[in-house]
Design a protein around this ligand. Sequence first.
Ligand SMILES: NC(=O)c1ccc[n+]([C@@H]2O[C@H](COP(=O)([O-])OP(=O)(O)OC[C@H]3O[C@@H](n4cnc5c(N)ncnc54)[C@H](OP(=O)(O)O)[C@@H]3O)[C@@H](O)[C@H]2O)c1
Length: 237
Amino acid sequence: MNILIFGATSGIGRAIAKQYVSQGHKVAVTGRRQEKLDEIKAENPSAYLTIRHNIRDLNETPEIISHAAKTLGTIDLIIVNAGIGKFNLDLDWDVCESVLKTNIMGVTKALIDSFNYLKKQGKGHLVNVSSVASLLGNGANPSYNASKAFQANFMEGLWLKAQKSSRTNISVTDIRPGFVDTKLAQGETFWKADVDKAAQQIVKAIYKKKKVAYITRRWILVAWLLKHLPAFLLKRF
Ligand SMILES: NC(=O)c1ccc[n+]([C@@H]2O[C@H](COP(=O)([O-])OP(=O)(O)OC[C@H]3O[C@@H](n4cnc5c(N)ncnc54)[C@H](OP(=O)(O)O)[C@@H]3O)[C@@H](O)[C@H]2O)c1
């Protein structure tokens, strides 16, 4: 299988890429940090294609996909994983704008270009890494949770679109991790999953072509509570 992962120079994306390479697949990874891309390439030069790309450079995204497709032959699976999240206790606009540019503008453009590529190809699997954060607001970081809510909703739209198209065979999966031990998960949190364990469960959920998958699985319970608890109890959570 040939795979393209947007945002795989560290954390969850890098761990997913590693899992696929260990299973014998070829993986194209993107990100802004050239030194990380070089490190990944050196790990296994024949399995990785590394492409420097800032997901905010919206016009470049189709080129990145066609470069990966030309080099690998085809792309069977595209995972959009790039994302940022910073605490924004002072509700600073610059922090908020930065999150919107990456997590909404950049990610949406990557999802649209990827979906259209797979549609033209007639088949394939599109995955986005949103978050359990998509299910609730967050006073410490409002734009991050809101951006993830946008992504989850957008993915549902793409899933519906894929279901309706009888001429193509496209699967759509929304991955919703809880806390995973990466540099993005700041501060003291509970249930922080090991990144390799999270990646393993993500790869399994993709294999099963799930519509939505909570990572790790215990977050299914939290998701259920978030959907059903009354507001006064949610405030404590
Ligand atoms: N860790 C958690 O607890 C958690 C929970 C739920 C969801 N998530 C989601 O999981 C995804 C991965 O996060 P992580 O925890 O693994 O954090 P991470 O280690 O910081 O990884 C983020 C990845 O996104 C890439 N990225 C960020 N901005 C980019 C840009 N403008 N253009 C291209 N690539 C960009 C980074 O690459 P460069 O810096 O090299 O560009 C990096 O490879 C994110 O979407 C995050 O929201 C994480």
